[in-house]
Design a protein around this ligand. Structure first.
Ligand code: FPP
Length: 252
């Protein structure tokens, strides 16, 4: 690598979050039903979990069903619910054997009781695994998450257990569904759309965003590696300034 390249020594992100978009368009372009797009999307999800493990990513968060997705036709909503059930039932043993820890974020209140139990089982049975943390965002919306966290903090204040002045960023982060996870350094959205769509609004405050043109069912190892390579080219400053070696200050 030439000395002028910025990614010398910059490592891959520890936490990658992905908005898996484009299943419907992938299917439509092939004259197939949308459900086929989601089915192929699940294959891409499995492939991406394996690739993330391989590439040394520590946490992978996948946006699988948003709080806004309830507005879709009933048949599609129930197909996506079924897909999560199918995924957990079919893949849990394999995931666990690969040392993957499964976490589900999002509101569980609206999920059917059997799905809720399944999700709880997936988390409990992989709790002690030490490999990739796979976070499935399901019935997830960032505003909903922040609202639920705020309600809990407000209840603590009302009960006299917390002084409002003591509510700092850590207190809020500690009430989010992601309280035990690091913030993502990289958010990828497929399908060429350039929106955040209510995903990890708090957690992605300093994340790099990559909008990949590929439809989610086509997201493969090469597309993943391309996104990571782009990330390594980025300069992350967290509101500060570039490293002194990159600045033309202090030159006599
Ligand atoms: C966005 O594509 C995708 C979703 C809303 C669902 C994502 C689901 C999967 C990747 C399958 C795996 C699912 C689970 C539950 C484990 P879109 O339908 O919005 O595509 P479009 O924008 O092209 O219509």
């Amino acid at each position: 690598m030439s000395s002028g390249q910025r990614d010398a020594g910059v490592s891959n992100p520890a936490h990658v979050a992905i908005i898996m978009d484009g299943n419907g368009r992938w299917a439509q372009m092939r004259g197939l039903p949308r459900q086929e797009g989601h089915r192929r999307g699940l294959e891409a999800l499995r492939r991406t979990v394996r690739n993330a493990s391989d590439l040394g990513i520590q946490v992978l968060t996948l946006y699988s069903f948003s709080t806004e997705n309830w507005r879709r036709p009933y048949a599609e909503v129930s197909f996506l619910m079924g897909l999560l059930k199918h995924f957990v039932e079919k893949d849990l043993a394999e995931l666990s054997a690969a040392n993957v820890r499964v976490r589900i974020i999002g509101s569980r209140d609206d999920l059917a009781a059997d799905l809720r139990r399944l999700v709880e089982h997936a988390e409990a049975s992989t709790r002690n695994n030490t490999g990739l943390v796979l976070v499935i965002a399901f019935n997830y919306g960032s505003r909903d998450e922040i609202m639920r966290a705020t309600r809990r903090l407000a209840a603590e204040v009302a009960a006299g257990r917390i002084d409002p002045a003591a509510i700092d960023e850590a207190a809020i982060a500690g009430q989010l569904d992601t309280h035990d996870l690091p913030d993502p350094e990289l958010v990828i959205r497929t399908s060429g759309e350039t929106r955040i769509s209510n995903f990890l609004l708090w957690q992605a405050a300093y994340a790099e965003f990559i909008f990949a043109p590929v439809m989610w069912p086509d997201f493969d190892r090469a597309a993943f590696e391309e996104a990571l390579a782009q990330y390594r080219q980025r300069e992350r400053r967290f509101g500060g300034l570039a490293a002194p070696s990159d600045r033309s200050v202090g030159v006599a």
